[in-house]
Structure formats: structure tokens, C-alpha cells
Write a protein that binds this ligand. Structure first.
Ligand code: PCA
Length: 201
């Protein structure tokens, strides 16, 4: 078994991105033998749309677990759906600011996550980690990544499961701002739970 796990580089003036900080300290093998392939994605609409399809086809993993920072959210959120829209008032790390553009022209309006969203939330809560289902991954780069992964899997006829987990700011990021935050170790543990469940179906 193999799982591809991605986190993002920092954006929006932050020095770190807790998604990548947590992904990079995951074990290289999970659940008694599943290989964990880790990759840091750029926070750019074009970079994600170009790199992710190549990576997924090359690695041909059993599951893809994408992660990103959702600063301001107090809990780990498991995304239910990705939409075929790029719409942003905040420029990406290349200065690109799309308005009402599709991620892929002619692709479906949306894809549902194929990882077990509700089961992951339940397992996180059982592990005492605050978690919830989210019904929007936004219209910035994270949604584009989730849409790109699900669309790539669909058009390639792969059976790979894919989903997106948004994580809060880490405590380090919130030291000087009144925003909710979570310990990186808790985030890492939460991702491990999500990965295990994503590989089980
Ligand atoms: N979060 C952003 C993009 C990169 C990241 O970590 C988002 O939610 O779209």
C-alpha cells in the first residue's frame, strides 16, 4: 500500500505552514507497511494544477491525503467537496488572482471526497482531537488542489481514494494574534488517523 500526503509552503505572510510542518514529521511507513510519500506543494494555482496530476500518475498511490492551513478555524476539518472554481481576492505566491475561473475547463462542477469523511471525523473525536466535516474548501489554492487530485484520478480511471484535511494555525503562529491554534503534535497525530482510515476503504 502507498499513500501520497501533501502539505503546502507558507503563504499570506506566515513563516510556516502547519500542514507541511505536520506532514514532514509523519513516519515513512504507516499502519504496518503502507509507504508514505510526502510532498510539499507551492501555494500557486498553476503549480498545483501542473504538479499534482504528474505526481499522482507517477506514484499511483492507494490514497491521496492533501492537507492545508485554514487559519481561523479552531479544529481539524475534513473537506466533503471540491468545486470547479478558482476565485480569489488574495494573490497566490506567484501574484496570480483568478476570478470566476474553472480549475479545469469542461470538468464537472464538483467532486466529493472519496475518503471516509465522517469516519475520519469520528475517529479524530475519539482520539480527543477537535474535528468537523467542512462543506467548503474555499475557492483558493486548497480547493484547486483537492479538485485537481479528484479530477486526475477520475480521468485516469484510477481507484485511488482522495481527500483534503484543513488544519488550524499552530500555537507558534498564534503566539501574537488572538486566533485559534492547535499543537503541531496534535495535528500530526490527527493526520495519521486520517491516513489510516483513507487506506482502509
Ligand atoms: N491553505 C490555503 C492554500 C494553502 C494552504 O495551506 C487554502 O486553504 O486555500
Amino acid at each position: 500500500m502507498k499513500v501520497l500526503v501533501t502539505g503546502f509552503e507558507p503563504f499570506g505572510g506566515e513563516e510556516i505552514n502547519p500542514s507541511w510542518e505536520a506532514v514532514k514529521v509523519l513516519p515513512d511507513e504507516i499502519d504496518g507497511g503502507a509507504d508514505v510519500v510526502k510532498f510539499q506543494l507551492p501555494v500557486t494555482f498553476n503549480g498545483v494544477r501542473e504538479m499534482l496530476p504528474r505526481l499522482i500518475v507517477k506514484e499511483h498511490p492507494d490514497a491521496v491525503v492533501l492537507t492545508g492551513q485554514a487559519g481561523g478555524r479552531p479544529n481539524i476539518t475534513v473537506e466533503r467537496v471540491a468545486i470547479n472554481v478558482m476565485d480569489s481576492t488574495m494573490p497566490d505566491n506567484e501574484g496570480y488572482k483568478p476570478e470566476d475561473e474553472p480549475v479545469f475547463e469542461g470538468a464537472p462542477a464538483a467532486y466529493f471526497a472519496t475518503v471516509p469523511v465522517k469516519a475520519i471525523v469520528k475517529a479524530l473525536r475519539e482520539a480527543k482531537i477537535p474535528a468537523a466535516v467542512s462543506n467548503t474548501a474555499g475557492t483558493y489554492v486548497c480547493n484547486t488542489a483537492m479538485f485537481t487530485a479528484l479530477h486526475t484520478i477520475e480521468v485516469s480511471g484510477m481507484t485511488t481514494k482522495a481527500g483534503f484535511i484543513h488544519v488550524p494555525f499552530s500555537h507558534e503562529q498564534a503566539l501574537d494574534k488572538p486566533r485559534p491554534s492547535m499543537a503541531l503534535e496534535t495535528i500530526r497525530k490527527g493526520l495519521e488517523i486520517a491516513i489510516k482510515l483513507s487506506l482502509k476503504i
